[in-house]
Design a binder for this molecule. Structure first.
Ligand code: PGA
Length: 316
């Protein structure tokens, strides 16, 4: 029955759970994102739905659909959560840089260096609580469009969005091959055209690495011969080591050991492709004191990673 009283009692937790399920169309992904269990998410949504007095979601098989009431609530939720986020930010600013929350969304490949940068920052500002979401480029762009985070880190900033991009770290793309691959033993630079007949292991659609690789093949008027799509850089490196094919990945993924010499970086014409990692901010979101402190920290401490800061590059 639809509630007739004036005030509904809904909590921010319930709204956050609903927003995440509605956006991701999945209870389990929402639970992962919110760092709670799936039954907790289901319970929050049941309570919310009871309070509102109408069903908000419908599940058919594994698919989650929004009811009409759910669609209305999803739109409203985005506005509420953003307003509440701004309020939290104002309060944090009033308390000064020592306390507050910093929300960062970072593309999958940055997991090799972002946590290492966060450590010293947290040590300097122990009162700052950091929420780091690591996801592929498409999912990160969804968050950016919904203005969900203070800061985004990615290799291919989007065009046509009201954002500020700042290159802050070198990001070179390399071609990986099994160490015993014939192309690794040529004793000369491999021509790009020679890659076209090789089987490639690629990241999932929606990944920035995949997008860059596809653009590269297009620029050369070639089509990559895709043998297998894998959802993680680690899985790709293992598959290269196993002799399944070649891969184009960021050198950030390489680490120190090159998988104990089972994988090598090929000397290919035009490679390494020098790009940047970008710090991206929405122009529509005022930078909090905490976010500004983090940006300043990154600019001065990037040498912690032992990489030069790229110069003279712009986003887009
Ligand atoms: P990815 O992004 O981790 O989603 O592939 C990398 C990039 O943007 O360069």
């Amino acid at each position: 029955m639809v509630k007739t009283r004036d005030t509904m009692h809904v909590s921010l937790r319930q709204l956050r759970a609903f927003e995440a399920v509605a956006r991701l169309r999945s209870f389990s992904r929402a639970a992962d994102e919110l760092h709670v269990t799936q039954p907790t998410v289901s319970k929050q949504i049941r309570l919310l739905s009871d309070e509102i007095g109408l069903a908000l979601l419908e599940q058919i098989g594994k698919k989650v659909f929004l009811t009409e009431a759910g669609e209305h609530l999803y739109t409203t939720c985005g506005d509420w959560l953003e307003t509440w986020g701004r309020f939290e930010q104002t309060i944090a600013d009033m308390k000064g840089v020592k306390k507050g929350r910093l929300r960062i969304a970072s593309v999958t490949t940055t997991k090799y260096f972002m946590p290492r940068l966060l450590g010293p920052f947290c040590a300097q500002y122990p009162g700052i609580d950091i929420a780091l979401e690591v996801l592929n480029r498409d999912r990160l762009l969804e968050r950016l469009a919904r203005n969900q985070d203070d800061l985004y880190v990615m290799g291919v900033p989007p065009e046509g969005m009201a954002i500020e991009c700042e290159p802050f770290l070198e990001n070179a793309l390399v071609v990986l091959a099994p160490a015993a691959h014939p192309l690794a033993k040529l004793g000369r630079t491999v021509r790009f055209a020679e890659l076209a007949s090789e089987p490639f292991l690629v990241r999932e659609r929606g990944s920035g690495t995949r997008l860059t690789m596809e653009r590269l093949f297009q620029e050369h008027g070639a089509t990559a011969n895709i043998r297998m799509e894998l959802g993680s850089n680690e899985a790709i490196k293992q598959a290269v080591a196993g002799g399944l094919g070649l891969a184009i990945l960021s050198d950030s993924t390489l680490g120190e050991d090159h998988l104990h010499h089972q994988v090598c970086v090929l000397d290919v014409e035009g490679f390494p492709i020098r790009r940047s990692w970008y710090l991206v901010r929405s122009k529509e979101k005022r930078a909090s004191v905490v976010a500004t402190a983090f940006l300043d920290f990154l600019r001065t401490h990037i040498s912690l990673l032992g990489h030069p800061t790229p110069e003279g590059q712009s986003g887009g």
